[in-house]
Design a protein. Structure first.
Length: 133
């Protein structure tokens, strides 16, 4: 894994959360993007070299809506940048980790993504992400 890429935070209102995190981080939101495959709206802010991704469900049946209903707003996942997502997925699978998908898919911020199940990662949902070139 190359580095911590971003921290994902589930929010009820993207508008309210952007205002809150712009104030906390003393920076502006630099991107808002819909990710249709995940039924989510995302917003990105930078804190040093790390990004904060705010996630609002675009649909009441989406995973973020279900997450907030069960756990409330807050930390959703931690994402790590990888150089070769296919190789990293194979390595983790071989090591006994449970992946939530067999193939990476298009995520926000021009990335291929794959999630590692929290039950196999110490209770933390991990995201692998690789920039699409």
């Amino acid at each position: 894994m190359a580095k911590l890429e971003h921290i994902g935070i589930a929010v009820k209102s993207l508008k309210d959360a952007i205002t809150l995190y712009e104030t906390i981080l003393c920076t502006d939101c630099y991107k808002v993007e819909a990710v249709e495959s995940e039924k989510v709206m995302t917003a990105f802010l930078k804190a040093g070299d790390t990004k904060v991704e705010l996630l609002e469900s675009a649909d009441e049946t989406g995973v973020i809506a279900k997450y907030i209903e069960t756990r409330g707003e807050g930390l959703h996942h931690i994402a790590f940048e990888v150089e070769d997502i296919y190789a990293e997925m194979a390595r983790l699978k071989k090591e006994g980790f449970t992946l939530l998908m067999d193939q990476p898919k298009q995520g926000a911020d021009n990335k291929l993504i794959c999630f590692v199940h929290p039950k196999s990662a110490g209770g933390v949902l991990l995201e692998l992400c690789q920039e699409i070139k």
